[in-house]
Design a protein around this ligand. Structure first.
Ligand code: NDP
Length: 443
């Protein structure tokens, strides 16, 4: 049995009941075999055994006080996965589904993604099973402060730098950063996604969504076409989905469907993004409220958004949201590009189906790396006490996404897998981390 398969089997048996983590390892490890064959020193130094084991996993109690005076208890996580190329960096997710398996899959992916950006950041991820939906601002603040009362010991500007993810936006980062500052007395770049008045970076809000569309720009270039006259379907209606839709429209595509966890809206005239922003960013409402803004729209409760015909399919909600049934519909309807805004949006079987049908597919670790890339630029601005302009950062983001695409494409081609951006991104991301681990010795 090959080295990659042995490590995969062992890691799965050592970490039972962690299906999302198993899925992430199964997607990544086998694709590294060609590079491993070229570098026998990696096996000698047990690089893969070390890579799959997080450097540190922190699980903690988060008690907080609800508005009615009751004390509630949630569970907090931070998985500091790999610091070979820089301090741990990765988002915090607040969602009732959060557990160790989900945080480990996200952290493992983050190691490769952060390496792909070309910036000096290691991988980590955190979160809690706390559900911010329906909570008052005071309750969210109470929870965030309690979360940081424990986490502040393990994070810091050169140690571990959290950011947002599902359920964590500007409001939550503000509360967490404020508490970190109170406890440590440090005004430093220890979180990214901060508000612009206290160290945040321009473009960070837009970065993941814009970056995704810059990735699609490169993919369309390879297919010798452009956004003009293309129809896009974007799942989700959170941070990533909204700014992907904004940039796709700026580039000339028509976004016809978006969703939340209750259903999707279809608007053949093209989604009115101001309406979606008003519903989601201002009112924190539900996507079906869109019907009040546009007569041309339909709402499909619990429907499968991938049944809407499109050229470009951009899953931007959560993991495993695009399965075989969705992939089949996309293929039958003539979709040419699938790029993941969410992490591990697509199951392994669905990914293979899309690739085998000739759909150009980009995995999240490459396609959604724009968010963490601009986070690293926020860190750079914080440590040098300067602020770059929107245009400067947007230009850097576009260049970084181009380099991620080019690097992933070239790596796949080099190992005889032309057009397989999954394998290419894994190999390109792994290579730098493996070399750094080797150089730093085995302690
Ligand atoms: P938000 O919380 O802003 O939005 C999430 C969206 O996805 C909402 O519309 C939400 O609907 C929907 N959603 C979440 N969970 C589920 C679920 N279990 N089933 C169906 N729909 C769901 O999160 P982001 O936009 O920040 O993140 C979206 C994805 O992008 C995640 O996978 C995240 O890891 C990834 N990502 C985010 C980055 C960032 O910078 N924010 C960077 C890189 C990746 P509802 O409101 O109904 O829950």
């Amino acid at each position: 049995m090959s080295y990659t398969m042995r490590v995969l089997q062992h890691a799965i048996s050592k970490n039972p009941n962690e299906p999302e983590f198993h899925q992430a390892m199964t997607e990544i490890l086998p694709t590294l075999q060609p590079l491993i064959d070229e570098h026998p020193e990696y096996e000698k130094a047990s690089i893969l055994e070390r890579l799959v084991e997080p450097e540190r996993q922190i699980i903690f109690r988060v008690p907080w006080v609800a508005d009615n005076g009751e004390i509630r208890v949630n569970r907090g996580f931070r998985v500091q996965y790999n610091s070979a190329i820089g301090p741990y960096k990765g988002g915090i997710r607040f969602h009732p589904s959060v557990n160790l398996s989900i945080i480990k899959f996200l952290g493992f992916e983050q190691v490769f993604k952060n390496s792909l950006t070309g910036l000096p950041i290691g991988g980590g991820k955190g979160g809690s099973d706390f559900d911010p939906k329906g909570k008052s601002d005071r309750e969210v603040m109470s929870f965030c402060q309690s979360f940081i009362n424990e986490l502040y010991r393990y994070v810091g500007a050169d140690q571990d730098i959290p950011a947002g993810d599902i359920g964590v936006g500007g409001r939550e980062i503000g509360f967490m950063y404020g508490q970190y500052k109170r406890l440590t007395g440090q005004y430093e770049g220890s979180y990214t996604g901060k508000g612009l008045t206290y160290g945040g970076s321009l473009v960070r809000t837009q970065a993941t969504g814009y970056g995704l569309i810059y990735m699609v720009e490169n993919m369309l270039n390879t297919l010798k076409t452009t956004f003009a006259d293309k129809t896009a379907v974007i799942s989700g209606s959170g941070n990533v989905a909204i700014y992907a839709a904004e940039k796709a429209e700026q580039f000339g595509a028509k976004v016809v469907a978006m969703s939340d966890s209750n259903g999707y809206i279809y608007d053949p005239q093209g989604i009115d993004l101001d309406a979606v922003k008003e519903i989601k960013e201002v009112r924190r409402g539900r996507i079906h409220e869109y019907l009040k803004f546009r007569d041309s729209a339909q709402y499909v409760e619990n429907g499968l958004i991938w049944s809407v015909a499109c050229d470009l399919a951009l899953p931007c909600a959560t993991q495993n949201e695009l399965l075989e049934d969705g992939a089949k519909l996309l293929i039958d309807n003539g979709c040419i590009v699938v790029a993941e805004g969410s992490n591990m949006s697509t199951s392994l079987d669905a990914t293979h189906m899309l690739q085998q049908s000739g759909v150009l597919f980009s995995p999240g670790k490459a396609a959604n790396a724009g968010g963490v890339a601009v986070s690293a630029l926020e860190m750079a601005q914080n440590s040098s006490r300067i602020s770059w302009s929107f245009e400067e950062i947007d230009c850097m983001l576009r260049t970084i996404m181009h380099e991620i695409y080019a690097g992933s494409y070239a790596a796949a081609e080099k190992y005889g897998m032309k057009g397989n951006l999954v394998a290419g991104a894994n190999i390109a991301g792994f290579s730098k981390v493996a070399e750094a681990m080797l150089a730093q010795g085995a302690v």
